[in-house]
Write a protein that binds this ligand. Structure first.
Ligand SMILES: *[C@@H]1O[C@H](CO)[C@@H](O)[C@H](O)[C@H]1NC(C)=O
Length: 648
């Protein structure tokens, strides 16, 4: 029964989800396959050490560390580790990729190779044990593929690869008891022969099975299961010696290179996913149709009545009593025609927000479309972040243009301030918050901190590309004609009668904001787990649909609110529509706080500050985005309805 009810949407969605496969027909720079021959060196790179959910399914930290942080004392390659060049987006998203001492040669099995021996004093032992308790995982990359663990999804019975593997384990008998530090790695690399050719071997899967083995002296028996585990002693003056070893096994796999990521992009519980998507789609469509039909009928009646009154007015101006009655009946939104296009309070701030909102709107739309078309391959690390930065920078032009045009239409006079604030205010708030959160990471010595040079690059991009583009957009926007309102504005503002409870600012914001939030709620959950639990997010088909649903909901409910507002003779629709639609960001922030309580157990001030800081930053951007959607749809609506009535 369930499967049949899903059928139509399933077909649509699988079409959308199938689009990425088209892109595999051609290769993008950086994601072309590498072919190896027997015995060729295959590099293994190490990435920053990130926390993942512990056995209790809670996340205990949000900070990542450099692989070669001196506290961990992991073995270094000869001549010291070197950075592997990365894209800006990859660095911003916390990747720090470096060379490693592992020696992998295609099709050459190795057993119990020794890497190095490290000594852990009390402080280092305490540090490492704490990280093991918090569930930190090592992240390696072999030929661009993350080394993962082979996991079984209990729900669907399918197996998948989860990127990263544990740095150690906590004793199962006593959760506060000893932690076992992994010092041996069984690396299984799957390779594929292209058309069965021996000289075209490609890496299509990497699994690492870590183990903890306290070797006695030089006796490296890494296949002996009886070896006791390594415990780093924290007692005063203790020195624990640990020898690191690894084995490499090459196995042939039928998986082709083009589909090698499929096992990593595992969708948990797709049924729930589909169910909630279809669910919210039905609700949204139902809501929109209701709004549209109610509005359409009410408006048709209103407009017909207003225009009829108008005609009576023209034909018979001798002043019959029933005409008088008719004029008195004239109530509702027509009454405020002389005020509805009155310049709102703080037009400068509103226009700057709207310009930035338009910029974010176009950027998000383009990014999701690029992702949907498969341009953001997961092997191109950080491509999502990079493309977002590039688009955001280039679209400053749109931001400047929209901001200027809106400001001009609101009869703004401080045009210099508008030109200056558009590229400075919102990006400035974002950058300052980002900078202070980064100071926090620096103070904690975490690798998630963006290097100072990267900060300079960002400032450079902002000032050299983004600001000039925005200014030229503003220049064009100010030269373009202002939008002429369809009705004239009176000299003297009308009195606004007191509003009913639900039309008061706060209740109306709470009511309007919850619906767009409802449309993206499920997807948001997956995005948050991909951000905080470092899972790969690749459900752009879902995201695309949800984004569309959110836009429609946002526009529909805001327009409805504006209609009620105007009927109540309140003409302050500009800020009200912006704030009401933007309120969905308030729900997103509240949701993030609930997530903090239910899924995270950070247990420290700095982790909590970081989490709340980043959530607030993202909510702020979302506020501007949805607020602008609400405003522009209301603007369109108000123009439309006042254009259709005759006013003498
Ligand atoms: C390497 O190890 C794998 C897994 O144990 C095995 O299937 C394969 O035959 C071995 N290859 C060689 C060349 O020994």
């Amino acid at each position: 029964m369930k499967s049949t009810s899903f059928a139509p949407s399933w077909a649509l969605c699988s079409t959308l989800l199938a689009i990425p496969q088209l892109a595999t027909a051609f290769y993008l720079p950086g994601v072309a396959p590498t072919s190896y021959k027997h015995g060729d060196k295959v590099p293994l790179y190490v990435n920053s050490i990130k926390p993942v959910a512990g056995q209790d399914a809670l996340l205990h930290s949000v900070m990542s560390y450099d692989y070669y942080n001196e506290m961990f004392q992991f073995c270094q390659p000869e001549g010291g580790p070197k950075y592997v060049s990365e894209s800006l987006g990859s660095i911003l998203f916390g990747d720090r990729i470096m060379t490693s001492p592992f020696d992998l040669s295609m099709q050459k099995n190795e057993t119990c190779k020794k890497l190095c021996t490290s000594k852990y004093d009390t402080a280092a032992a305490h540090f490492v044990n704490k990280r093991i308790m918090q569930g930190y995982a090592l992240n390696w990359l072999v030929d661009g593929l993350p080394a993962g663990q082979h996991l079984l999804d209990d729900l669907t019975g399918t197996t998948f690869y989860s990127p990263g593997f544990a740095m150690g384990t906590v004793s199962t008998t006593d959760p506060d008891g000893p932690t076992f530090f992994n010092n041996h790695y069984d690396i299984v690399v799957e390779y594929h022969k292209v058309n069965g050719k021996e000289d075209q071997l490609r890496v299509v899967g990497v699994i690492v099975q870590p183990a903890s083995k306290a070797y006695k002296g030089d006796n490296l028996e890494c296949n002996d299961n009886q070896t006791p585990p390594v415990v780093l002693l924290e007692t005063e003056g203790a020195q624990t010696e640990v020898t690191f070893t690894y084995s490499v096994y090459w196995t042939e796999s039928p998986t082709a290179w083009a589909t090698r990521w499929d096992k990593y992009l595992h969708v948990f519980d797709p049924k729930i996913h589909w169910f909630s998507l279809v669910n919210s789609a039905v609700v949204v469509i139902f809501l929109t149709i209701t709004v549209a039909s109610v509005l359409f009928r009410a408006l048709k009646k209103d407009i017909a009545r207003y225009n009829r009154l108008d005609q009576i007015n023209l034909e018979d101006f001798s002043g019959a009593t029933d005409l008088e009655d008719g004029v008195q009946e004239d109530s509702g939104w027509k009454l405020v025609h002389g005020d509805v296009f009155r310049t709102p309070a703080h037009p400068l701030l509103l226009s700057v927000f709207l310009g930035n909102g338009a910029q974010l709107f176009v950027m998000t739309g383009f990014t999701i479309c690029f992702a949907l078309l498969g341009f953001l391959s997961p092997s191109n690390r950080g491509s999502l972040g990079t493309i977002m930065i590039i688009l955001y920078t280039l679209l400053s032009f749109v931001g400047g243009y929209v901001s200027a045009r809106v400001y001009k239409s609101m009869n703004g006079e401080k045009w210099k301030l508008n030109i200056g604030l558009t590229p400075l205010l919102v990006p400035g708030i974002v950058f300052t918050t980002f900078f202070f959160l980064n100071l926090f990471l620096w103070a904690n010595g975490a690798a998630g901190a963006v290097p100072f040079t990267t900060m300079l690059v960002i400032i450079g991009i902002w000032f050299i590309i983004s600001i000039p583009l925005s200014v030229s957009g503003s220049w064009l926007g100010f030269r373009a004609p202002a939008f002429e309102p369809p009705v004239r504005t009176n000299q003297i503002p009308r009195q606004i009668p007191p509003a009913t409870t639900y039309l008061k600012p706060i209740p109306s914001m709470l009511l309007v904001g919850i619906l767009p939030f409802g449309a993206i709620f499920v997807e948001l959950y997956f995005i948050m787990s991909s951000i905080w639990f470092s899972k790969i997010y690749y459900m752009f088909g879902f995201l695309f649909l949800c984004y569309g649903l959110m836009i429609i909901t946002c526009a529909a409910v805001t327009v409805l609110m504006v209609y009620f507002l105007l009927c109540a003779e309140n003409y302050h629709w500009q800020w009200r529509s912006f704030l009401a639609a933007g309120m969905s960001a308030g729900y997103i922030f509240a949701n993030a706080l609930i997530y903090l309580i239910s899924k995270l157990s950070l247990g420290g001030l700095s982790g909590t500050v970081l989490y709340i800081g980043y959530s607030a930053l993202l909510s702020f951007l979302f506020f501007i985005l949805t607020g602008s959607i609400g405003f522009f749809s209301s603007w369109w609506f108000v123009n439309k309805i006042y254009r259709s009535i005759k006013i003498d």
